[in-house]
Design a protein. Structure first.
Length: 305
C-alpha cells in the first residue's frame, strides 16, 4: 500500500480561507483591519520573491500590507528606529524582518527589538521562552504549519512517538516543543545522532528538517508513520535536459527519499507542494492571532498551536 500524499497547497488554501473569514469578521464587527509589516533590507533575489508573495497573500485575505524595502547600506540604528515606529503603530499587528540581514547588522538584536506580541515569526527570545514553558506565544510559521497538518492527519497526537530530525531554531527546536505540547514522546535527532535509522524506525511521526536531499531513507520509516518533509533542496536533474546556457536543469527535492518512503508511510508530504505553501498561510494566521490578542478578542480557532 502506498501512503496518502498530504496536499499542502490545498491545506494552505483552506487556512487562508479561514484567515480571510476572521479578517472579514474583525472588519465588520469591530472595525479592525489586521495589518502586517514586512521589512526587507538589501536586494537578495530569493528574499525579494518571498516578500512579494507575503505582501500579495496578505492583501488577498483582506489584511493591510506595509512593505518597507530598505537599501543594503541601511544602518543597524536606522533599522532599529523603523522597528520602534512599527512597534508603536496601532495599525500594525504583525512585524516580520526578512532574513538573512546584511552582515553589518546584528540579527539577534534586530529580532529582539520587535514587540514580542507583534513577532509573527516567533523568533523573539520571549516567544522562544514562552513556547518552551507552555505559555501563550507567537509560534514560528513552518513548525506551526507542520503541526496543523499532523493534527489534521492523526487527530490527537497524544502518546505518539515523534522524531524531529534537525535542531535549528527556526524549525527543529520549536517543532519539538510543539509536539511535546501535544503530548508526543519527542526525540530530537540531527547529523551527529548515532543509530538514526533505528531512532526513525520507532517513530509514528517523522519531521525531517536537515537540509540534505533524500537524507531520510524509505527503509527507515515505520509502516503507517506520518512523514513531514520540511526540506527544500535544489538538485541537478539531467533527465530534464539542459538550459539555454548549457547548464543542467534542476528540480526541488525534500530531505526524505520520497519514492522509498511513499511505499511504507501512512501519509507523507511531497516536495514541492507539501510544507512549503503552509509557511505563508501560517504567517497570515499568526497576524490574525496577534490582532485578536492585541484587541482582547477570542483567538481564531484552529489557527494557533
Ligand atoms: N528567511 C527565510 N525564511 C524566513 C522566515 O521564515 N522568516 C524570516 N523572517 N525570514 C526568512
Amino acid at each position: 500500500m502506498t501512503a496518502q500524499i498530504i496536499d499542502g497547497k490545498a491545506f494552505a488554501a483552506e487556512v487562508r480561507e479561514k484567515v480571510a473569514g476572521h479578517v472579514s469578521r474583525l472588519k465588520q464587527e469591530h472595525g479592525i483591519t489586521p495589518g502586517l509589516a514586512v521589512v526587507l533590507v538589501g536586494e537578495d533575489p530569493a528574499s525579494q520573491v518571498y516578500v512579494r508573495n507575503k505582501g500579495k497573500q496578505t492583501i488577498e485575505v483582506g489584511m493591510s500590507s506595509f512593505e518597507h524595502k530598505l537599501p543594503a547600506e541601511t544602518s543597524q540604528e536606522e533599522l532599529l528606529e523603523l522597528l520602534d515606529r512599527l512597534n508603536a503603530d496601532p495599525q500594525i499587528h504583525g512585524i516580520l524582518v526578512q532574513l538573512p540581514l546584511p552582515s553589518h547588522v546584528d540579527e539577534e538584536l534586530v529580532i529582539n527589538r520587535i514587540d514580542p506580541d507583534k513577532d509573527v515569526d516567533g523568533f523573539h527570545i520571549s516567544n522562544v521562552g514562552r513556547l518552551a514553558t507552555g505559555q501563550k506565544s507567537m509560534v514560528p510559521c513552518t513548525p506551526l504549519g507542520c503541526l496543523m497538518m499532523l493534527r489534521d492527519q492523526r487527530g490527537s497526537l497524544s502518546g505518539l512517538d515523534a522524531v524531529v530530525i534537525g535542531r535549528s531554531n527556526i524549525v527543529g527546536k520549536p517543532m519539538a516543543q510543539l509536539l511535546l505540547g501535544d503530548s508526543c514522546t519527542v526525540t530530537i535527532a540531527h547529523s551527529r545522532t548515532r543509530g538514526l535509522p533505528e531512532v526513525v524506525r520507532r517513530a509514528d511521526v517523522v519531521v525531517a528538517a536537515v537540509g540534505r536531499p533524500g537524507f531520510v531513507r524509505g527503509e527507515w520509516i515505520k509502516p503507517g508513520a506520518t512523514v513531514i518533509d520540511v526540506g527544500i533542496n535544489r538538485i541537478e536533474a539531467p533527465e530534464k535536459g539542459t538550459n539555454d546556457d548549457g547548464s543542467v536543469k534542476t528540480r526541488l527535492v525534500g530531505d526524505v527519499d520520497f519514492d522509498g518512503a511513499v511505499q511504507v508511510a501512512g501519509a507523507i508530504t511531497p516536495v514541492p507542494g507539501g510544507v512549503g505553501p503552509m509557511t505563508i498561510a501560517c504567517l497570515l494566521a499568526n497576524t490574525v492571532t496577534a490582532c485578536c490578542r492585541a484587541n482582547g478578542l477570542d483567538e481564531p480557532e484552529g489557527l494557533t498551536a
